[in-house]
Each structure stands twice: as C-alpha cells, then as structure tokens.
Design a protein around this ligand. Structure first.
Ligand code: 3PG
Length: 302
C-alpha cells in the first residue's frame, strides 16, 4: 500500500504500480487522507507500506496486522516509530539519496529569493564569492556543495561522520566544530536529521556568531532549530534572515515582527518534484520486491 497524505506525482505512482504488479503483487493507494483513522483502516490488509512524511505511529503498526515492511520513500525516518515497528517484527527502510537533488535545488531557490529582496524590485545581493556552510555533509549536503561551486561560493562543512579527505577531494573545506562553521559562514544550510541529539540544537549562540548578512536555510526539519533562539536572533540582529521548508511554530510572531526577512514554504516541498517522486517511489517499490523475493535488507534502519 502507498499511503501518502502528500501524494507522489502521477508518473511516480504509475512506475510503482508497474514494479509491484510485474512482481505479482497488488497495489493499494491511499492519497490525501485527512484523518489517521483512514490510514488505520487501509493498512489492515497491507503486507508492505510505502509512505513519505506520513506518521507511522504505534497505532498504524498495530492496525497493520499483516505488515512486514514499511519503506519511507525519502531520507528522514523520524516520522516512523521504530521501537513499535521493531517490536512487531516489521522491517523499516528509507531510500537514501533518491530525493537529495530536489532538496538541494530548493536551498538555492530559497536563498536567491531571500537575498534578492523576495523579488520585490528592491536591490539585493549575490551569491558569488560568499561563503556557505553545510551543517552535515550527507547526500543533500553534497548536492548543495556541487551546485554552490557553480555559483562561485566558497563551501565549508561540518560533519563528524564524513572524513576530511572526502570533503577536500570534493572541493569543500572541512571545519572542526559547529561553532567554527557558524562563525565562518554568512550562509548556513542545515542537513542534519531530527533526533534527540539534534532537536533545538541550532541555538542563539550559533546564530549570533554568524558574519554580517547572516542567513540560515533549513530544508532539514523545523524541530532542529530552537525557536526561542530564532526569535531572539531576529530581535537582536536586523541583518539576520531565515528560510525554512517548512514553517516554524512561531510563524505568527515572525509574520508580525519580521516580514521580509524570512521565507517559509506552506507545505514541506523540498522533495516535491516529479523526478524525486519517481526516484524515491520506484526505489521504495523495488526495495519491497527485493525484500519479499530475496530477503534483501540493505536499507534497513531498525
Ligand atoms: C525526506 O526526509 O526525504 C524529505 O524531508 C522529504 O519528505 P517528503 O517525502 O514528505 O516530501
């Protein structure tokens, strides 16, 4: 079953259907549902589930009596309750890298929109020669670095899980600490997952350290930014700007006090392209077939 509150492009659903049916299985589709109860009901019959940011709660796992595998068509699996899945013997996978370019391109869309004064006609600034810090150098960070070089930006990155040699070989300057990254970069793009260590970790001290004309671009998860800190940095620095996919909880305050200095998407749309939907959706379907046919668990995360 494909259960997507925010549906895949039709071309991706078609591709998923072909993979599933060619392998001799049946595809069920639940799109644009508004009540989790619809998901509980629909998942009852499913052996396998493909989702996007849909919440796979213990209730979903419990309702899916036949479930053997859940694939998050995308990178972040913070929407899946892993302990509940593991306890029920359900394998959970993601599809890393499949939607990374789409997210990376949105970073530049939001950056340019903001530094060109939100296309208002007022004078803006350019990316050429500016410094961009990547807070994490995974699949999305790497794509952002590739594009940033085309804009003539200097790229730095902090990621304790990636070797400095890899970064250097890709034209990226590694830094030794998060503090150094924020202190060195006018633009910082977030690419960390949301977990107990990272939630609210982008705090006032980090954002206050950034050079003049600072801008934070968040295509990761809204939860990684401390919103009290965000409001404080907006209040204390009139040069600070923020772009986020998707809106923070404090959006009303930002709208009231800091209009023009921030941009947020109405719905998470970093991965919302036909290409990303096809890449991630088809990979998810193939992983499910591979799991049932060959016991392939390469992308298992639990
Ligand atoms: C991801 O983690 O892959 C992205 O945030 C995309 O999420 P989406 O599938 O809900 O657009």
């Amino acid at each position: 079953m494909v259960a997507t509150e925010k549906p895949f492009a039709a071309v991706a659903v078609k591709g998923i259907r072909t993979i599933v049916e060619d392998a001799g299985y049946e595809l069920m589709l639940l799109e644009k549902y508004t009540d989790p109860a619809e998901l509980y009901k629909a998942v009852e019959l499913a052996d396998a589930l493909i989702v996007r940011s849909d919440l796979v709660t213990p209730e979903v796992i419990q309702a899916g009596k036949n479930l053997k595998i859940v694939v998050r068509a995308g990178a972040g699996f913070d929407n899946i309750n892993l302990p509940a899945a593991t306890a029920a013997g359900v394998v959970v996978m993601n599809t890393p890298g499949q939607n990374s370019n789409a997210v990376a391109e949105l970073v530049f869309g939001m950056m340019i929109y903001q530094i060109r004064s939100q296309f208002s006609g007022a004078s803006g600034t350019e990316l050429l020669g500016k410094t961009l810090g990547l807070h994490a150098y995974g699949n999305v960070g790497k794509n952002v670095a590739r594009i940033a070089k085309g804009f003539g930006m200097t790229v730095m990155a902090f990621d304790p899980y990636v070797s400095k040699e890899v970064m250097i070989s890709e034209g990226v300057k590694p830094v030794d600490s998060i503090e150094e990254l924020y202190a060195s970069c006018q633009f910082v793009s977030l690419h960390i997952p949301a977990n107990e260590q990272t939630k609210k970790s982008i705090n006032f001290d980090l954002m206050a350290k950034m050079p003049k004309g600072a801008m934070v671009i968040n295509t990761a998860r809204k939860e990684v930014v401390c919103e009290d800190s965000l409001q404080r940095v907006f209040a204390e620095r009139d040069d600070f700007r923020y772009a986020s996919d998707v809106a923070p909880e404090c959006l009303a305050v930002l709208k009231e006090k800091y209009a023009g200095r921030f941009f947020v998407t109405p719905k998470k749309m970093g991965a919302q392209t036909s290409e990303a939907n096809v890449n991630a959706g088809l990979a998810a379907a193939q992983q499910i077939v591979g799991f049932f046919e060959k016991g392939d668990v390469r992308f298992k995360v639990n």
